[in-house]
Design a protein around this ligand. Structure first.
Ligand SMILES: Nc1nc2c(ncn2[C@@H]2O[C@H](COP(=O)(O)OP(=O)(O)O)[C@@H](O)[C@H]2O)c(=O)[nH]1
Ligand SMILES: [Mg+2]
Length: 383
């Protein structure tokens, strides 16, 4: 563990953490590698460094290739969260995208229509927006398209897995899950989760412990992250986790992704049976057919909940009503943190806040800086 690293190695690690381009990151990491002691206690770190170096090399290569071709495939995130639609060709990804958003993707019976550039759109629902991106199709044998779909998936917040209801979708689902697993994307929710959300908006390393740390304290968690060069982040702990899980969350490339299943051709008789079979897996299944609508409100709320996000409506003294657009923040965000997001002055001069909410005995209720907000709360900050 980097705790016992010599100071010059630690310094290099910091430089690596702060480096912006993959080229610079690779250079710093190579220097770090030559400075770090190599023994039993640093095995995990050594393995990580090697893997990371090879990933960075790949990334540099990919960037070069993309530049020479034009464009590239990263889709910049917008809205409260990004859902990437993946599935085999012709499964109905474009159809789902057009049901959820205002996007007008090319829908065609010919395989491999969506290849050039990912189509995207915004799904609007009460107060918030979720970005929906259609990935290129997954091809069972792998290859360029699959790699693009995987890298989009890896960077997404949640996956929408699109299955053709007529062709045994349980098999399709298992096949997709095992392909994802090969690329370090796991669909299985672990018993405990440590989520490190790095953000310049975090005033330091803020630990939100909703679970239990089995072999240490929140202080230990902060120390470990500091040692890995994390300075500003929200750290969410759910379920039972150990300090080694905390370390893993920074070192490991494996990522858990929540997902939703969209089953197309749902008005087909066979598909109806298949939808029931998928529901038995205990996951959210949204049936889709050409003639009915998808309930965006329900879907949007489900996604926010899955991602631990809440909508908060704000109001300033000058305004009569609350904002139509919600501020989407992490669950457990406090009144004072909301003030910080709105304006530095509000944060510094925070006196108290008024909160309107159905869950309170009366509204508005006067609350202090540490009051934790819930989905749908409305708040006015008094400075
Ligand atoms: N009847 C019916 N046709 C569908 C459904 N979903 C997709 N399709 C058709 O299947 C073909 C491929 O759909 P598309 O959305 O382009 O698939 P993609 O390749 O995954 O993007 C198109 O001809 C669609 O009209 C559905 O739920 N019902
Ligand atoms: Mg398509």
């Amino acid at each position: 563990m980097p705790t016992n690293l010599p100071p010059e190695a630690l310094k290099k690690w910091e430089e690596y953490s702060e480096a912006q381009s993959p080229e610079e990151k690779l250079r710093k990491l190579q220097e770090f590698y030559s400075l770090m002691p190599k023994h039993k206690g640093t095995e995990k770190l050594e393995k990580f460094v090697k893997r990371r170096m090879s990933e960075l090399r790949d990334e540099i290569e990919r960037q070069k290739a993309a530049k020479s071709k034009r464009g590239g495939f990263a889709v910049e995130k917008r809205g409260a969260a990004q859902m990437v639609l993946i599935g085999f060709t012709n499964s109905g990804r474009s159809t789902v995208l057009s049901k959820l958003t205002n996007a007008n993707p090319l829908i065609s019976p010919y395989p491999f229509t969506t290849v050039e550039k990912p189509e995207e759109g915004m799904m609007e629902f009460k107060g918030a927006q979720i970005q929906v991106v259609e990935a290129p199709p997954i091809v069972p044998d792998g290859g360029k398209l699959t790699n693009l779909a995987i890298s989009l998936s890896y960077n997404s917040d949640i996956l929408g897995i699109v299955l053709d209801g007529r062709i045994n979708p349980v098999d399709q689902f298992n096949e997709i899950a095992s392909i994802l697993e090969k690329y370090n994307i796991s669909l299985k929710k672990p018993r405990g989760v440590v989520r490190v959300i790095r953000s310049k908006a975090a005033p330091g390393i803020i630990v939100k412990n909703k679970g239990r740390i089995l072999d240490g304290s929140e202080y230990d968690v902060r120390k470990i992250l500091e040692n890995y060069g994390v300075r500003q982040a929200w750290v969410e702990i759910e379920g039972e986790v150990s300090l080694s899980d905390v370390e893993e969350s920074v070192l490991s490339e494996k990522k858990y992704k929540p997902f939703i299943l969209f089953v197309t051709h749902a008005d087909d008789e066979l598909a109806k049976k298949n939808v029931e079979a998928l529901r038995k897996l205990g996951v959210l299944v949204i049936p889709v057919d050409l003639s009915s609508e998808v309930d965006r409100e329900f879907l949007g709320e489900y996604i926010l909940k899955e991602l631990n996000l809440i909508r908060v409506y704000t109001k300033s003294k000058a305004e009569k009503g609350f904002s139509e657009r919600a501020l989407v923040v992490r669950r457990g965000t406090t009144a004072r943190e909301v003030a910080r997001i709105i304006h530095k002055d509000l944060y510094e001069n925070f006196r108290y806040a008024k909160v309107w909410s159905k869950r309170l005995p009366y509204s508005p209720m006067r609350v202090g800086p540490d009051f934790e907000l819930e989905d749908g709360d409305a708040i006015e900050i008094i400075g």
